[in-house]
Design a protein around this ligand. Structure first.
Ligand code: FAD
Length: 531
């Protein structure tokens, strides 16, 4: 079988130089998270001329801080929102198929500590299976207490009545964001991180592009575009304000996750508690060699780039985990703690006939001057959201029609050849296992050819991976490498801090730019939860 196509270079100076061309883009996307990257890929794959600007790094916002589940949304089932669940289940299987090195099936067990929980949740999950139909990942099973303990050897046995096992998906969120960016680039889109939109451009009262500032050089750029999409997550209202809107569209809600050692949840099955003592959901999920515990849902009225966890959120996760795990995690066991902001939508009501809340959790809205704003939804449905955005742009005559979406059957970079490894003929490795060469799917062949492929800086990070991040994955700083190309900051913040100087040296030798080691060390202190 032939090798997958060579990875594109992402040398920043060359990417920025492409902006200088006197181009009128069809579409300019602001925001390089799940939503914006999904839109850029969909549009580029249809043949539109696309540019995307991200003020920080791809997935620096909410899109690297999720629970990492590709899910149909069992809770929408409880609300009777069948259409939403069906759509998310379809998207779940599409993603698992198009990026098998980044997203895979995962078994979950809900242990029952009350007699009614097993039949109640079990029947609901049987309905979940039925809705998934051929997109199902495995049948829901009723488990005896012994079977629960075989799946979850570290679960609390006292009062255990048995449980239910069901299937959903799991993924590496920031890695998926990078795969979307790189696939969009292969389809002809120009994507720039560290490029901040700081003003909209107007012609005759209609939005006609952007004013941007390059965060690396301070240089201003103007981008002309027929259509501008505001995909800035919890920050969408800042752009809407520039466009004259006075009504907030997003109500941010904070979610905290804690990472602890794999010993707290051995095996490859996740633990799910649908209703904790105070009615919240709790997950313990094996991920990249560690275990994620979370999450919370706390309203916030600020939108910090690096929000801090509230003490009450940390207490909640540790206290509730202690109720369901035999060995209770304590503060000293925390290897990393990260906080994300959900862009929950409250659609404005006073913006004329163009205002339309779609019949699902995300909203696409076109302002009177033609600014398209999309927010809400979830990672799992990014592709369906992108289709809705493109449809809306065409319906609003902001884009000329160019055929239907092509992304449903479009493998992302690293998935060439179908199964993991594809053309490289390599066996799939679980997302629960630590990161390694296998995380690159079919691109391992290119990684292996870079200097330092056998020089391991840690058990999971090689010199070649840092070079690959700089050459092909848009990495400019130590944080880009250790937080989002590798996930070490999210898995073990102290180890990430320890590696920062050597990663900085390799990165600087590739880019010639200051890799900002000291900035990363300050951030790692926040993630490593140093009192
Ligand atoms: C705690 C938590 C857990 C979650 N778990 C899951 C899960 O398990 N599964 C799931 O499917 N979904 C999950 N979600 C939801 C999912 O993560 C989000 O829906 C998704 O990441 C939102 O992506 P986004 O692109 O809209 O926003 P973001 O990822 O925040 O992207 C917006 C981007 O815009 C950029 N930006 C802002 N202003 C500008 C500007 N002026 N110029 C240029 N760029 C700008 C920002 O830097 C940012 O990168 C979770 C969310 C949270 C908070």
């Amino acid at each position: 079988m032939p090798h997958p196509s060579p990875p594109l270079p992402t040398r920043r100076a060359e990417l920025v130089a492409r902006l200088h061309a006197d181009t009128v883009y069809d579409l300019a996307v602001v925001g390089g998270g799940a939503t914006g990257l999904g839109v850029a890929l969909d549009a580029a794959a249809r043949g539109y001329r696309v540019v995307l600007v991200e003020s920080d790094d791809f997935a620096k916002g909410t899109s690297s801080r999720s629970t990492k589940l590709v899910h149909g949304g069992v809770r929408y089932l409880a609300q009777g929102n069948i259409a939403l669940v069906r759509e998310a289940l379809h998207e779940r299987s599409t993603l698992l198929h198009n990026a098998p090195h980044i997203a895979q099936a995962l078994a979950f067990v809900m242990p029952s500590y009350a007699w009614w929980e097993k039949p109640f949740y079990g029947l609901g999950l049987k309905l979940y299976d039925a809705l998934a139909g051929r997109a199902g990942l495995g049948p829901t099973e009723f488990l005896s207490p012994e079977q629960v303990m075989a799946c979850l050897p570290s679960a609390q046995t006292k009062g255990l009545h048995g449980g239910v096992k069901y299937w959903d998906g799991q993924f590496n969120d920031a890695k998926l964001a990078l795969a979307l960016a790189r696939t969009a680039a292969l389809e002809g889109a120009l994507l720039l991180n560290r490029m901040r939109e700081d003003g909209l451009r107007y012609t005759d009262g209609r939005v006609s592009g952007l004013h941007c500032t390059d965060a690396m050089t301070g240089k201003a750029h103007e981008i002309q575009a027929r259509c501008v999409v505001n995909a800035t997550g919890v920050w969408v209202d800042a752009l809407r304000e520039q466009d004259g809107s006075t009504q907030a569209m997003v109500a941010p809600s904070q979610g905290v996750h804690i990472v602890v050692d794999k010993a707290f949840l051995p095996g490859d099955v996740a633990l799910m508690i649908p209703k904790t003592a105070d009615g919240r959901v709790l997950f313990a999920v094996p991920w990249l060699g560690q275990v994620i515990l979370g999450t919370t849902d706390t309203a916030r009225d600020d939108v910090a780039r690096e929000p801090l966890a509230f003490e009450s959120e940390i207490d909640f996760i540790l206290k509730e985990s202690a109720r369901y795990l035999k060995r209770a995690p304590e503060r000293r066991d925390v290897k990393s703690i990260w906080v994300g902001l959900r862009p929950l939508v409250k659609p404005p009501t006073n913006e004329g006939s163009n205002t339309k809340a779609l019949s699902r959790e995300h909203t696409v809205l076109v302002s009177r001057s033609g600014l398209v704003t999309v927010t809400g939804g979830k990672w799992t449905t990014y592709r369906a959201m992108a289709e809705d955005v493109l449809q809306k742009c065409v319906d609003s005559a902001l884009l000329a029609p160019r055929g239907g979406a092509r992304t449903e059957h479009l493998p992302l970079v690293g998935a060439e050849g179908g199964a993991v490894g594809g053309a490289a003929g390599l066996a799939p490795v679980s997302i629960g296992a630590p990161e390694g060469d296998h995380s690159y799917g079919s691109e391992q062949v290119w990684l292996a050819q870079l200097p330092g492929a056998q020089h391991w800086l840690s058990a999971t990070l090689s010199e070649a991976m840092v070079r690959f991040a700089a050459r092909h994955e848009y990495a400019l700083s130590v944080e880009d490498v250790l937080a989002r190309r590798s996930r070490l900051l999210f898995l073990d913040a102290r180890l990430a801090a320890h590696l920062a100087p050597v990663v900085g040296e390799i990165l600087q030798s590739e880019t010639g730019l200051d890799p900002d080691v000291s900035g990363f060390l300050r951030l790692a202190a926040q993630y490593s939860f140093e009192d």
